[in-house]
Design a protein around this ligand. Structure first.
Ligand SMILES: NC(=O)c1ccc[n+]([C@@H]2O[C@H](COP(=O)([O-])OP(=O)(O)OC[C@H]3O[C@@H](n4cnc5c(N)ncnc54)[C@H](O)[C@@H]3O)[C@@H](O)[C@H]2O)c1
Ligand SMILES: [Zn+2]
Ligand SMILES: [Zn+2]
Length: 361
C-alpha cells in the first residue's frame, strides 16, 4: 500500500518551501523505502529552490540523510529491513564507461528509484539529487542505501551523505592531499570545514582557512585550520603566499562556487599545484583567465563531484574515524530542527549563522 507522509517541497523558483502530504509508493524491484531519521540542510537544497540546478519543479528537497530501511523491493540483496543506512547519490551502475574503466566514482549512470513520489493530486516530484529526504519516509534505489554501524548519531553521520563527504573527498580524493602538504580552503561552510578536516586527517601541515565571516574562521580553527584569512579585509592570494614561504599552497579547495573565489584559488596555489572546485556555481557565472597563466602554472584544475567518493568504501571508513574521535562530525551539527523549520534554516545559512541545521524526525 502506498503511504502518505509529510515532506518539504519547493513548488516554484524562489518561493518559500512548503510542508505537504506526499505519496510514497511501495518499493518496486531494486528499490527501498527508508524511514528517515535525520537530514541536513545543504546549500545545494537552496540552489534547487532558487532554480540554480534545473527547472524540474516541484522538488522534494533534502539529501543529507540517515535512517532505517523499512521495506525493500524484489531482487534487493544489499540491504534489508532494519538496516541503519546513510543515503548516497552515487549508486554506481558497474557498467557505464567510467565503471568499465575502473573509475566508478565518476559513474555516469547512477541508480535512483524508478517510481516517482507524488503530491496527493498525482503531480510527480523531482527528489533533490535523486534522494528527497526532508520527508518521513523516502523511496530510493537500494544501492543508494549504504549500511553503516548503527551505534552512531544519525544527525552526525547523515551529513556524510553529501556536504561533509564532498568536502572531505575534495581534499583527500580529488586534491590528493598528502602528509606535509600545504592546503588552503576558500569558504568555510559545512563543505569547506570538511575539506579542512580531511586535509588534517591526510597529514597536511599548513591548513589555511579563508572566509569573509570571522565566525566561520573561528569555527574552521576547531576543525584544524592552522591559519585564517578574512577575504573581506585581506588580500587572499598575498596572504596564502606569505603563509606558504612565498609560493602558494600545494592544493587549494574552492568551496564557494563564485568566479572571484575561483580566481583566488587559481592564483593562490604553488606552481604545479592543484585547484579543486567543489563549490557549485550558478549557470550564469563566468571566469576569464590568461591562457599563459594556465599553461605556465601547470598542475591541475579539477572539479570534485561528491568528493570523488565511493559510498561503500568511504562512508564506513569515515564513521570509523568519527567513532575513534579522529573526525569530529558532531561539530558540524549546529542545531536540530523539525521538518517545518527548513525555510528558517535557509535564512540562517544565508546569514552565516550555522554550519548545518539538521532536521531530526
Ligand atoms: N561538489 C559537490 O559535490 C558539492 C556537494 C555539496 C555541496 N556543494 C557546494 O559547496 C558549496 C558550499 O556548500 P556549504 O553547504 O558549505 O555552503 P555554506 O553556505 O554553508 O558555506 C559557504 C561559505 O562560503 C563563505 N563565502 C561566501 N562568499 C565568500 C567569499 N567571497 N570568500 C570566501 N568565503 C566566502 C560563506 O561565508 C560560508 O561560510 C555550495 O556551492 C554547495 O552547493 C558541492
Ligand atoms: Zn557506472
Ligand atoms: Zn548537498
Amino acid at each position: 500500500m502506498p503511504q502518505t507522509v509529510k515532506g518539504i517541497i519547493a513548488r516554484e523558483r524562489g518561493a518559500d518551501v512548503e510542508l505537504v502530504d506526499i505519496v510514497v509508493p511501495d518499493p518496486g524491484p531494486g528499490e527501498a523505502v527508508v524511514q528517515v531519521q535525520s537530514c541536513g540542510v545543504c546549500h545545494t537544497d537552496l540552489h534547487y529552490r532558487e532554480g540554480g540546478i534545473n527547472d524540474e519543479f516541484p522538488f522534494l528537497l533534502g539529501h543529507e540523510a540517515a535512517g532505517v530501511v523499512e521495506a525493500v523491493g524484489e531482487g534487493v540483496t544489499e540491504v534489508a529491513p532494519g538496516d541503519f543506512v546513510i543515503l548516497n547519490w552515487r549508486a554506481v551502475c558497474g557498467q557505464c564507461r567510467a565503471c568499465a574503466k575502473g573509475k566508478p566514482w565518476y559513474c555516469f549512470n547512477t541508480h535512483n528509484a524508478t517510481q516517482k513520489m507524488t503530491l496527493t493530486d498525482g503531480t510527480e516530484l523531482t527528489p533533490a539529487l535523486g534522494i528527497g529526504a526532508f520527508i518521513e519516509k523516502t523511496l530510493v534505489a537500494a544501492g543508494q542505501c549504504t549500511k553503516v554501524d548503527p551505534d552512531a548519531d544519525a544527525a552526525a553521520v547523515g551529513l556524510l551523505g553529501c556536504g561533509v563527504m564532498a568536502g572531505f573527498g575534495a581534499a583527500v580524493n580529488t586534491g590528493g592531499v598528502c602528509r606535509g602538504d600545504s592546503v588552503a580552503v576558500i569558504g568555510c561552510g559545512g563543505v569547506g570545514n570538511a575539506a579542512i578536516a580531511g586535509a588534517v586527517v591526510a597529514g597536511a601541515t599548513t591548513v589555511i582557512a579563508v572566509d569573509v565571516d570571522d565566525r566561520k574562521l573561528e569555527g574552521a580553527k576547531a576543525f584544524g585550520a592552522t591559519h585564517t584569512v578574512n577575504g573581506s579585509s585581506e588580500d587572499v592570494v598575498e596572504r596564502i603566499r606569505e603563509l606558504t614561504g612565498g609560493f602558494g599552497a600545494d592544493v587549494v579547495v574552492e568551496a564557494v562556487g563564485r568566479p572571484e573565489t575561483y580566481e583566488q584559488a587559481f592564483y593562490a596555489r604553488d606552481l604545479a599545484g592543484t585547484v579543486v572546485l567543489v563549490g557549485v556555481p550558478t549557470p550564469d557565472k563566468q571566469v576569464t583567465l590568461p591562457m599563459i597563466e594556465i599553461f605556465g602554472r601547470g598542475g591541475a584544475l579539477k572539479s570534485s563531484w561528491y568528493g570523488d567518493c565511493l559510498p561503500s568504501r568511504d562512508f564506513p571508513m569515515l564513521v570509523d574515524l568519527y567513532r575513534q574521535g579522529r573526525f569530529d562530525l558532531d561539530a558540524f551539527v549546529s542545531e536540530r530542527i523539525g521538518l517545518g523549520d527548513v525555510e528558517e534554516a535557509f535564512d540562517k545559512m544565508e546569514r552565516g549563522e550555522v554550519l548545518r541545521s539538521v532536521v531530526v524526525l
